[in-house]
Design a binder for this molecule. Structure first.
Ligand SMILES: NC(=O)c1ccc[n+]([C@@H]2O[C@H](COP(=O)([O-])OP(=O)(O)OC[C@H]3O[C@@H](n4cnc5c(N)ncnc54)[C@H](O)[C@@H]3O)[C@@H](O)[C@H]2O)c1
Length: 328
């Protein structure tokens, strides 16, 4: 399979690294309007450069397009790529409005090509371990989930790229970009939501339009409660902190580890793998998620995160933004 990565900025090398390790997958092209960014890819990988997305789509050699561009471009790029007969790996978010989500869902449902959404934290070892423990059926009913995200995105972060920090191009701030994954994990374990009380705030980071703090209380249809608390104003990025309280069991996801909390103490049940790509450390969820998708494209057994799997977290996000009237 020949692949093109569109947008070779911060996250794209993680995709390239994942592709490198998949048998039968070949990074054939990179497409970026910024040629210096595209060249960063060709320094490491033997691939051709496109600077124009529409031109690239005319290349019949390309089977799969990975979209790693700013948020406001996601929906149109994904639709164009699907309509050109390509398969698509789309970085989160699915779009920046409810209408964009609907439009892309309709397109994906009627396309021959497949659309995989990158919510890679579902593939972390700790998350998979907790899912498999729950599947054994001994935890009892879920009673509560806590999700805390204490990260740092300072003014310099927002100033580095013009699309960041604006409703029109990023589609939000902390929630749509950094906290989306931990919100997705709340829903992945908690299921459907009955109601949500929430607030977003723009408290600390200057010169941005969007929120840098957020809180929510989720009432799940199964009776469980979810408490969500996130900030981009801490001094560094802490690993996700989550608690999962069941009738008969209690788990903590913190320090990139899954802990079981018992009366006798705390046991480590799983540890997430980390990979170094360039100067940064990433969980290896991207590799897992992308590999699964290519297995499906290859006709093998398997599953991938499709747009319907991503819809609950996108709808929660849009609900929170709508309730806040985007005044933060
Ligand atoms: N899944 C994750 O954990 C994760 C982590 C980081 C970023 N992301 C997502 O990845 C996407 C990209 O984020 P980033 O931080 O890498 O952004 P970035 O700004 O670093 O990179 C975006 C790239 O897209 C290029 N680009 C812009 N317009 C283009 C166009 N019309 N055609 C081709 N290229 C174009 C830019 O030149 C740039 O190289 C976002 O959706 C972001 O939310 C996901």
């Amino acid at each position: 399979m020949n692949i093109c990565i569109v947008g070779y900025g911060a996250v794209a090398p993680v995709h390239a690294n994942a592709i490198k390790n998949i048998k039968g997958a070949h990074l054939y092209a990179v497409c970026d309007i910024n040629n210096d960014h595209a060249k960063k890819c060709t320094e490491t990988y033997d691939c051709i450069i496109y600077n124009d997305f529409d031109e690239m789509l005319k290349d019949d050699n390309i089977d799969v397009v990975h979209i790693c561009t700013p948020h406001h471009l996601h929906k149109d790029m994904a639709i164009k790529a699907l309509n050109s007969g390509k398969n698509v790996v789309l970085e989160k978010p699915v779009g920046i409005s409810e209408n964009e989500l609907k439009e892309l869902t309709e397109c994906a449902d009627n396309s021959k090509g497949k659309l995989c959404i990158v919510l890679q934290n579902r593939k972390n070892n700790c998350v998979k371990e907790l899912k498999s423990i729950i599947a054994k059926g001994e935890t009892g009913k879920l009673k509560g989930i806590i999700a805390n995200l204490f990260w740092r995105r300072d003014e310099a972060y927002y100033l580095q790229d013009a699309w960041r920090g604006k409703w029109g191009t990023e589609g939000g701030g902390l929630l749509i970009n950094q906290a989306l994954h931990i919100m997705d994990l709340m829903l992945y374990f908690g299921g459907e939501i009955e109601s949500v009380k929430s607030d977003i705030k723009h408290w600390q980071i200057e010169n941005i339009e969007v929120e840098d703090n957020a809180q929510a209380v989720l009432s799940f249809k199964n009776g469980a409660k979810g408490i969500f608390n996130a900030t981009n104003c801490y001094v560094k990025d802490e690993p996700f902190y989550m608690e999962f309280l069941f009738e008969n069991a209690h788990y903590r996801y913190a320090d990139n580890r899954l802990y079981e909390i018992t009366q006798d103490g705390i046991n480590v049940l799983a540890v997430d793998d980390m990979v170094k790509v360039g100067k940064s450390y990433w969980g290896n969820g991207h590799s897992q998620l992308i590999k699964n998708f290519y297995n499906v494209l290859d006709g093998k057994e398997g599953e991938y995160t499709n747009i319907h799997d991503a819809a609950p977290v996108m709808n929660l996000l849009f609900t929170i933004y709508t309730k806040a009237d985007r005044k933060c």
